[in-house]
Design a protein around this ligand. Structure first.
Ligand SMILES: [Zn+2]
Length: 178
């Protein structure tokens, strides 16, 4: 029997679904749609979405905001016994923070071969020689959904961009005639 036998009811799939909901919030706010949640036992102790544009803060990745919120919830910077679910593979900044907070496990949806730091580009979570902490990694959970929300966001952004340029061009042409 495979691990995925339970489908949507498998806890990893269920929690990734929750992280995807956070990504949808980011999408609605015109942020790159990445969402994260942190689970301890069977409790969701933190939820966050990427807010780089909203907060004008390049460190406001979903994972960073979720880590801070989880530390507040537990009143401890040590997140031992916790699992982070995030829709896209963490970047080096987030992976570094994950190691500092000593999470047990990181589960992500889609890999980032260009900038991922959980095996896509480099691996800070299971580095050799290891950093002061190692995390278990599981990738590819609800991968299709996690990829597709990012793809549609960037497709829309490109279309908006192209439309903006076309409008500008039309505006210039208009002024030529005006
Ligand atoms: Zn990051």
């Amino acid at each position: 029997m495979s691990d995925n036998f339970l489908g949507d009811f498998h806890p990893d799939n269920f929690y990734m679904g929750q992280a995807l909901r956070e990504a949808q919030r980011a999408y609605a706010a015109q942020e790159v749609p990445i969402g994260a949640i942190i689970v301890k036992g069977d409790q969701v102790i933190a939820r966050a979405w990427n807010q780089v544009e909203t907060l004008k803060d390049a460190t406001a990745h979903a994972e960073m905001l979720a880590l801070t919120s989880a530390q507040n919830a537990l009143g401890d910077w040590r997140l031992e016994g916790c699992t982070l679910f995030v829709t896209k593979e963490p970047c080096p900044m987030c992976a570094g923070a994950i190691v500092h907070c000593r999470l047990d496990r990181v589960v992500f949806g889609c890999s980032d071969l260009k900038a991922g730091a959980a095996g896509g580009w480099i691996n800070l979570l299971e580095s050799n020689p290891p950093l002061n902490h190692r995390c278990e990694i599981l990738s590819g959970v609800l991968e299709g959904e996690c990829v597709s929300i990012l793809k549609s966001f960037f497709r829309e952004a490109r279309e908006r961009n192209a439309l903006g340029k076309a409008h500008k061009k039309a505006g210039r042409q208009g002024s030529d005639f005006g």
